[in-house]
Design a protein around this ligand. Structure first.
Ligand SMILES: Nc1ncnc2c1ncn2[C@@H]1O[C@H](COP(=O)(O)OP(=O)(O)OP(=O)(O)O)[C@@H](O)[C@H]1O
Ligand SMILES: [Mg+2]
Ligand SMILES: [Mg+2]
Length: 542
């Protein structure tokens, strides 16, 4: 039976693509984008295989080794004889841990397979640090030895701007504590927050990390666990290598304890037990690929294989510059012997340019921050100076302590400005006796005050209080008793404390006001309030 022709037409039907179920497409994708907002820093990476079994004695189950003693002791490999910890704050008689006695725990920064890392403030020097505490107790001497090695290897590593700095390490109650410099956050957190990083930043970070690796490789060290979670961003926005738990010392020759790091970043030759510096270059290459493309690296499967067969997924790398793709290709070379070394990478023209630019950028940023802090300091100084100018109780009257009745107070000045502005410097110091800074301070200050006051002198009497003058607020009964010739305005000028009415005798303690402060001072006991008051009376009468 003939089939009726379709109304749409055969040619049109043949052009319609057969729909592919979305889940098939996704299932076939070996690579995917990173999911935002998922913080991996709190997911514990797979624990390294335990190479040292727990030594449990059935004969002496409660036997305590010398290392399990409860006192804290330094685990420095530089001075193994002296295991004393230096802090003055530590009190042996207390039950509290050395960590709790000497550090103030601020927050938890992250955790890994080894332990938890805290942001702390050292109670002794007041500085911030990171302290990594092992999560579990040592299971035996060999387990302890392995854990201590992380600290000792890190300690042996000389200081470098692109490696997290070691401070000290100690053990207490069968746990290890490693104190290091504090960094802002790790690269994994940073890239999760920021998404794919701009290429300029990626070049800068690559350059930093190559410098850090060069520092290690030049000393025969292999990091073995290069990945975003073990790379830290400093306050200055530079990258630093950290977590030296799996670091290998090639020159020491013993690779029996070597362990590969996170499989996502692992170099292919490690499957064959080939532990070389090239493994770090490969892991760094994958780290750079991840942060520049916001790509979720596969833990295994086809994608994992493809990345180790010189394949870079075009759908991710299409947005990258050819230079970066080329650099990634030489870093991700499957054959470790053909893979570029750190020195070769650093000598590439593009990376030399980046290094130069980064040096200039970091230097100018450091210079700018120094200028800013100087500027802040200057603002603070100006503020405090302004505060002194405006607040008589702070500055001026303190400087009046040496003021004596015999001081030649010109009535014109004293009438224009309340006596706060007329400190002892004004009357007793000659310009020659002042240092440039002191001269600047005194003359700017008093000069301004005097001239200002003189300019405004006509209003002064009508104002209740002009700034911070030393116009006595406590007046003697003689004054308040009402000199008939007193101008009515004088009553505003003198704010009479109730106490002061009863304190007519010299040397009586006045509880408030500027004079009160002066009278409290023992050296002012010979001061005659009557003289001062009569002086003010004169002023007010003018
Ligand atoms: N110096 C530091 N400054 C800021 N944060 C830090 C510092 N050291 C560690 N952290 C945080 O703690 C997390 C775990 O630290 P680290 O990688 O050293 O621990 P780990 O137990 O050795 O981990 P791993 O399982 O990778 O061996 C880091 O990813 C980071 O978020
Ligand atoms: Mg780590
Ligand atoms: Mg570690």
């Amino acid at each position: 039976m003939p089939i009726p022709p379709d109304t749409i037409g055969e040619s049109q039907l043949s052009r319609t693509p057969i729909p592919i179920p979305a889940f098939f497409q996704e299932a076939e994708q070996p690579f995917s984008l990173k999911k935002r907002g998922r913080s991996l820093c709190y997911t514990v990476p797979p624990r390294p295989p335990g190479k040292f079994g727990q030594s449990v004695s059935r004969i002496f189950p409660n036997r305590h080794e010398s290392w399990s003693q409860p006192r804290p002791r330094s685990v420095s490999s530089k001075d193994p004889e002296n295991n004393q910890l230096r802090s003055q704050l530590y009190d042996e008689s207390k039950q509290e841990l050395y960590f709790d006695q000497c550090f103030h725990k601020i927050c938890k920064l992250g955790m890994g397979s080894f332990g938890e890392v805290y942001k702390v403030r050292n109670k002794e020097d007041g500085k911030l640090y990171a302290v990594k505490c092992s999560m579990e107790h040592f299971r035996g001497e060999l387990d302890r030895h392995r854990k201590l090695q992380e600290a000792q290897k890190h300690e042996r590593l000389e200081k470098h701007p692109n490696c997290v700095e070691f401070v000290q390490a100690w053990e207490e109650r069968r746990k290890l504590y490693i104190q290091t410099e504090l960094c802002c956050l790790n690269l994994q957190q940073y890239s999760e927050e920021a998404g794919p990083l701009p290429e300029a930043q990626v070049w800068g970070f690559l350059c930093d990390l190559l410098q850090g690796l060069k520092h290690l490789h030049d000393r025969g060290l292999v990091h073995m666990d290069v990945k975003p979670a073990n790379i830290f961003i400093s306050q200055q926005d530079t990258c630093k290598l950290g977590d030296f738990g799996l670091m290998l010392e090639l020159d020491r020759g013993d690779l029996s304890e070597a362990q590969e790091g996170d499989p996502k970043y692992m170099a292919p030759e490690l499957l064959d037990g080939e532990y070389t510096k090239a493994a770090d270059v490969f892991s760094l290459g994958l780290t750079i690929l991840e942060i520049s493309c916001n790509m979720e690296l596969p833990k295994g499967g086809e994608g994992w294989q493809q990345l180790r067969q010189r394949y870079l997924p075009l759908e991710f790398t299409a947005g990258l510059s050819t230079e970066l793709v080329e650099v990634l290709k030489v870093m991700l070379e499957p054959n470790p012997r053909k893979r570029a070394t750190v020195d070769q990478l650093l000598s590439l023209l593009v990376l030399r340019k980046v290094q130069r630019w980064r040096r200039v950028m970091l230097a100018s940023r450091a210079g700018l921050s120094r200028v800013l802090s100087l500027f802040q300091l200057l603002i603070c100084l100006l503020c405090s100076l302004w505060h002194r100018l405006c607040d008589p109780t702070l500055g001026f009257l303190r400087s009046r302590r040496a003021f004596t009745p015999s001081s030649p107070v010109p009535s014109s000045i004293s009438s224009g400005c309340e006596d706060d502005s007329l400190g002892d410097e004004v009357f007793e110091m000659s310009p020659q006796s002042l240092t440039p800074i002191a001269m600047h301070r005194n003359y700017t200050y008093h000069g301004e005050q005097v001239s200002l006051c003189m300019l405004h002198s006509p209003d002064i009497d009508s104002r209740p209080s002009v700034g911070n003058t030393s116009t006595p607020r406590n007046v003697s009964p003689q004054f308040t008793g009402g000199s008939s010739s007193r101008s009515p305005d004088v009553s505003h000028i003198s704010r009479v404390s109730p106490v002061s009415h009863n304190s007519s005798s010299p040397g009586t303690r006045l509880s408030s006001g500027f004079l009160g402060e002066d009278f409290e001072c023992g050296q002012r006991s010979a001061f005659e309030p009557k003289n001062l008051l009569s002086m003010f009376e004169e002023v007010s009468l003018q």
